[in-house]
Design a protein around this ligand. Structure first.
Ligand SMILES: [Zn+2]
Length: 376
């Protein structure tokens, strides 16, 4: 049985061992398909990271597809039923690392472009691809740097479609039109080290911080709003201790906020400091803001995507802002409308990652309809 062009390409991509930040030739493969369609490709390499900016056309509006060729590590390969970089289709599912996150959507977008350009060679505006191999890693030399490069030359993206696996039960049932912010806190509480038998000569930082952590864990941050679920606080790490008869001198606590637009990074930082101060702790506190929340309200891209999904699958789509952050956090601040639309996310980052083979063909049709609607 011969496979569809989308599945063939997805398999070709999966068979390249592109564990983050290694691209392993995936972008070259994509470019070998895009060049014959009239795309100009630029390799933008920063540090150890390969990025691809490919564009067909020089006018606006610009519809860009954004995604990544890198994948997360496999975990113990012997636990996989099928070798992670030897893609197979079995019982209607395509197996392999990256099948869902997100080599399947890359393939679907390329084949959508191929059909669209064949049917509509004189389309309006431009089609672009912004592809990085640093999404699953630190994300420092990837999309953020490409966006800076584009901004420096005044190159604008109007609509950005990200191929992240957004769907829950059936392809297209959920699209993400925004993401919560993510804020990390790194707290060090200082005490005085001493012998457990002589506590009056020491100060136990674990005892000191415990009630403050209780207060933080039970704090009501906000109620969320029409677009976002409520802000959440989670402790991710506690570390202290020097030996069994020693009162430790320090206690480290790491925590993370996933926050909505009812709070800001600044308001959360202030509130945490107030709680720590109320508990009279001696501490140092460092912050790392890994992404501010963003939201794309109803507009041409949302409408085109909902209509494309309805036409191809008959499904009504739910707009959601749940889940982790994505590279959309770097693109949205440029003023682009940003939307995530991809396959089911049930197996992403897991052992035996897979995607329903038919879903990739459906996705390719959806992407093609969006191209026709916005640029046809
Ligand atoms: Zn991904």
């Amino acid at each position: 049985m011969s496979l569809s062009p989308t599945l063939e390409l997805a398999k070709d991509l999966i068979s390249r061992r592109s564990v983050t930040p290694d691209d392993a030739g995936c972008q070259e493969l994509l470019m070998s398909r895009l060049a014959p369609l009239g795309f100009n490709g630029e390799n933008l390499r920063f540090g150890k990271v390969d990025n691809l900016w490919a564009r067909k056309g020089s006018d606006g509006p610009v519809l860009a597809f954004a995604g990544h060729t890198d994948v997360v590590p496999t975990g113990p390969e012997q636990n996989w039923a099928h070798a992670p970089f030897e893609p197979v289709i079995k019982d209607g599912y395509l197996y392999g690392r990256g099948a869902a996150d997100m080599k399947g959507s890359l393939a679907a977008f390329i084949t959508a472009c191929e059909r669209f350009v064949a049917n509509c060679p004189e389309h309006r505006g431009s089609i672009a691809l912004l592809i990085t191999s640093d999404e699953e890693g630190p994300a420092k030399d990837g999309t953020v740097k490409v966006v800076e490069t584009l901004e420096a030359r005044n190159e604008k993206i109007d609509w950005c479609l990200i191929g992240e696996p957004s769907s829950t039960h059936q392809v297209g049932d959920v699209i993400k039109n925004g993401r919560r912010g993510s804020l990390h806190g790194y707290l060090t509480v200082h005490g005085v080290q001493g012998h457990v038998a002589y506590p009056h000569l020491a100060e136990n930082p674990v005892h000191a911080v415990a009630p403050a952590l209780d207060a933080l864990a039970n704090e009501f941050w906000d109620n969320g709003n029409d677009f976002f679920p409520p802000t959440t606080f989670q402790i991710t790490r506690i570390e202290s201790g020097t030996g069994s008869n020693v009162i430790p001198g320090e206690c480290l606590v790491h925590f993370n906020f996933r926050y909505c637009t009812e709070n800001s990074a600044e308001s959360l930082e202030e509130r945490v400091v107030a709680i720590l101060d109320r508990h009279k702790l001696k501490y140092d506190l460092q912050w790392h803001l890994s992404g501010r929340p963003f939201l794309t309200d109803k507009g041409a891209l949302v409408t085109a995507s909902q209509e494309a999904i309805r036409t191809v699958t008959g499904r009504e789509t739910e707009l959601s802002t749940s889940g982790g952050t994505s590279d959309g956090r770097f693109i949205a601040p440029t003023g682009a409308q940003v939307l995530e639309l991809g396959p089911l996310n049930a197996t992403i980052h897991k052992i035996d990652e897979c995607v329903k083979a038919d879903d990739l063909d459906t996705l390719s049709e959806i992407y093609e309809r969006i191209l026709v609607d916005l640029l046809g």
